[in-house]
Write a protein that binds this ligand. Structure first.
Ligand code: HAM
Length: 449
């Protein structure tokens, strides 16, 4: 038998019910923050993703040539496609744009729970407004989404790539590629700080003839971690380094203060100046959300401020700010949480409380009940028509197993009398009703409904 490709999944109706409820809930929160949904193609020109990240990214892509020998790829994420769309379709629209999206992404990765080759992101991008207030709007939306889907145990880490970078540049390190190291000294230093490699950092300072005492201050800065109170020792350390700008730190502080006003307090917020998320992309505030219960694949959301629109001839709109919400991982986290709390299923949004009526024609031509079925559906009732001609006992068993709340058997006598019984399946209670829409509607609202 042909099986689905590795790293992909099928979703049964029960799984889709949860997924659609989560998507609706995210959509609702995004809409309340003024974001409007867009959609871009699942495949794009390969160049869209290599332009910024270089050819090295191809090994992670589902890249291919089409029959016209065009170099294409399934999209690994949606930020670059949305930027392309803005350049092609939305150049002249009033800014800022608040765009949201939901869809499949494809990455050729090692497949395990929480890491798929086809996965789903719900994301947002805020384009055409920069600075702490715009960033706070985006971070607060991410936090409000996690709060409103009732995820309980998560941690948001917020940093600003500019803080360490400004310090390094202020101390005299260059942002230009060093031909020996193959990367800019600033990038090497950021990597060494991130890894906690003290010897490497000292060697780098010696190589570029920098004051070694500042290496210790930088290490102290990089190791700071905690709540808002972390900002004050960071300020002290930066002030002690001559020529270093405090601009990025001031920006981060304003962003954090605005976030506090726009969203409830998260379960855990950590200010961490080493959240880097890939230097070639992000330029300002960056943030990541982790769910400890998910272990290695625990990062459920990531985003920040980045510059991409200059690649499309729109440098004035840079930087933009956005995030990708790992839809599949959040669902895994919600499922683990439901289990932990002893709940049988994940409840994200409102459950559909409308009655679900099983219409069971028995020993009659089903044609006779079709107008009533159509009319009830038009009136908003969910109706499942029994299609397999089961006997009454079996038909009621089927109705129960597919989750019907009510059943109505229509046999020859019912058709003659133009009357039938609406049975409430949980209580067994029955109400006699006329075979007319209004009567059935009333029966469905009966004492047990
Ligand atoms: P990203 O961190 O690569 O960022 O992906 C965002 C989220 O997608 C991750 O935090 C993770 O939850 C989920 N994710 C990534 N790879 C997989 C996978 N293989 N299986 C399941 N889930 C996965 C971006 O994609 C940026 N475009 C985010 C962004 C938007 N930054 C600014 N705007």
């Amino acid at each position: 038998m042909v099986q689905r490709p590795r790293g992909t999944r099928d979703f049964t109706p029960a799984a889709m019910k949860r997924r659609m409820a989560l998507e609706r809930r995210l959509e609702d929160v995004a809409t309340r923050h003024g974001f409007a949904r867009v959609q871009t193609p699942v495949f794009e020109s390969l160049e869209l993703f290599t332009a910024k990240s270089g050819p090295g990214v191809i090994k992670q892509l589902y890249a291919f040539q089409d029959k016209g020998e065009r170099e294409l790829t399934l999209r690994p994420e949606l930020t670059a496609p949305v930027m392309r769309m803005i350049a092609e379709e939305m150049r002249n629209e009033t800014k800022p744009l608040r765009l949201s999206y939901y869809g499949q992404c494809y990455r050729y990765e090692e497949f395990k729970t929480g890491r798929y080759r086809e996965f789903f992101q719900y994301g947002v991008e805020l384009i055409g407004a920069t600075g702490p207030l715009a960033e706070a709007e985006v971070i607060a939306l991410a936090m409000n989404m996690l709060i409103e889907v009732h995820l309980l145990d998560w941690e948001i880490r917020i940093g600003h790539v500019g803080v360490l970078k400004d310090a390094l540049v202020g101390l005299g390190l260059s942002e230009e590629v060093d031909s020996v190291a193959g990367e800019p000294p600033v990038a090497s230093a950021m990597r060494l700080l991130d890894k906690g490699d003290s010897e490497g950092l000292d060697a780098l300072f010696a190589r570029y003839h920098l004051d070694p005492t500042h290496a210790a201050s930088l290490r102290a800065l990089a190791s700071l971690e905690g709540g808002m109170e972390t900002l004050s020792p960071a300020r002290e350390l930066l002030s002690g380094m001559e020529g270093v700008s405090l601009e990025a730190l001031d920006e981060l502080e304003t962003t954090l203060r605005a976030v506090q006003k726009l969203a409830p307090r998260p379960p855990k917020l950590v200010v961490d100046l080493t959240v880097a998320r890939g230097l070639d992309y992000y330029t300002g505030t960056v943030f990541e959300v982790k769910v400890p219960a998910l272990g290695g694949e625990g990062q459920v959301l990531g985003g920040g401020s980045y510059k991409l629109l200059h690649l499309f001839g729109l440098p004035d709109l840079d930087p933009c700010c956005g995030f990708g919400f790992g839809f599949d991982r959040v669902l895994l986290a919600l499922e683990a949480q439901a289990k932990e709390l002893g709940r049988s299923e994940v409840v994200v949004g409102e459950t559909d409380r409308r009655p679900l009526l099983a219409m069971i024609p028995f020993n009659v031509d089903a044609m006779a009940v079709l107008p009533l079925v159509a009319d009830l559906r038009r009136a908003g009732v969910r109706v499942e028509l029994e299609l397999r001609g089961r006997k009454i006992g079996k038909a009621l068993g089927w109705a129960d197993s597919v989750g019907c709340t009510h059943a109505m058997i229509v046999g020859p006598n019912e058709l003659d009398d133009k009357k039938a019984k609406v049975k409430h399946l949980a209580s067994g209670e029955q109400i006699e009703v006329g075979l007319y829409t209004d009567d059935v509607l009333e029966g469905l609202q009966g004492p047990s409904a």
